[in-house]
Design a binder for this molecule. Structure first.
Ligand code: IPE
Ligand code: IPE
Ligand code: MG
Length: 260
């Protein structure tokens, strides 16, 4: 059951989160940055449970960007280690809840041990029916678009695709996870207002919510406030407000009609 602040009718299908602020959270406490990453794992666990309790279908978490490879070696290794531990410890809970663990990004760049933890989690949960938990790992939006373009060019070269017929749908079908719908709501924590190369294609019409809360402090109630805020917005997709109202009335009339 959604909490009172959230309506059960206009829930986002897909929430994507840029989990930012771990380093600043730690530094503000006189701790090493890596302590912030460790604390951030608890936020991941809580947010994942909240999303599942609300019955949302897709949650994508930006865990490691292609640019994050430029961080100090000790920080990169700790992030990889935490990810491995998280995956290993959470396969059982994902199985219990029927959640499918998935990943998107240039996985070939991952260390072998991280890659095998990822493969194990993905394989073990492959057939689970109760929603997707997707980790963007070694991920960059521009890289994803370039990888899609490369696949399209190879298909054209092999005669399987006519460049004249290329449209947005065909392009999107060559992204990393083509079956996943675009995020409805994009949340960024850590008091920054930028996209940092996340899901550039997919967020074309996402509602964006930024939170001043550093990721290790982000809890269920913060997520619920973000979803409540999302529900108060009017998504116009380029139309006028009056058109949007007519469309939603028509849709609800049709819904009433089909039930009659
Ligand atoms: C987000 O927190 C975690 C990753 C990018 C992996 P940061 O480490 O970016 O924290 P800040 O932005 O430095 O506070
Ligand atoms: C974005 O955060 C990447 C992740 C949350 C994984 P960053 O901290 O790397 O982004 P910038 O550098 O502030 O743009
Ligand atoms: Mg950051």
């Amino acid at each position: 059951m959604p909490p009172a602040a959230i309506s059960p009718n206009r829930l986002p299908r897909h929430v994507a989160i840029i989990m930012d602020g771990n380093g600043r959270w730690a530094e503000a406490r006189g701790l090493e940055r890596n302590r912030g990453h460790l604390a951030g794992v608890d936020s991941v666990k809580e947010v994942v449970r909240c999303v599942q309790d609300l019955g949302l279908e897709y949650l994508t978490l930006y865990a490691f960007s292609s640019e994050n490879w430029n961080r100090p070696d000790a920080e990169v290794s700790e992030l990889m280690r935490l990810l491995e531990v998280y995956l290993e410890e959470n396969i059982a809970e994902a199985q219990e809840r029927g959640v499918r663990l998935r990943v998107m990004g240039r996985l070939d760049s991952l260390p072998a041990s991280t890659r095998s933890a990822v493969d194990r989690a993905v394989d073990a949960t492959r057939d689970n029916p109760n929603g997707d938990l997707i980790f963007a790992l070694s991920y960059g939006g521009r890289g994803e678009i370039v990888d899609a373009a490369r696949r399209l060019m190879l298909a054209a070269e092999a005669g399987r695709l006519d460049p004249e017929l290329l449209d947005e749908e065909t392009f999107a079908a060559h992204l990393y996870l083509p079956d996943v719908p675009d995020p409805d709501l994009l949340i960024r924590t850590g008091n920054e207002c930028r996209v940092s190369n996340f899901l550039l294609w997919q967020i074309a019409y996402a509602e964006i919510y930024t939170s001043p809360v550093m990721w290790p402090d982000f809890r269920r109630e913060h997520l619920e406030v973000a979803i409540g805020d999302y529900q108060s917005r009017e998504r116009r997709f380029g139309m006028t407000s009056a058109q949007v109202e007519t469309v939603s009335e028509t849709v609800s009339e049709a819904g009433r009609g089909s039930r009659a």
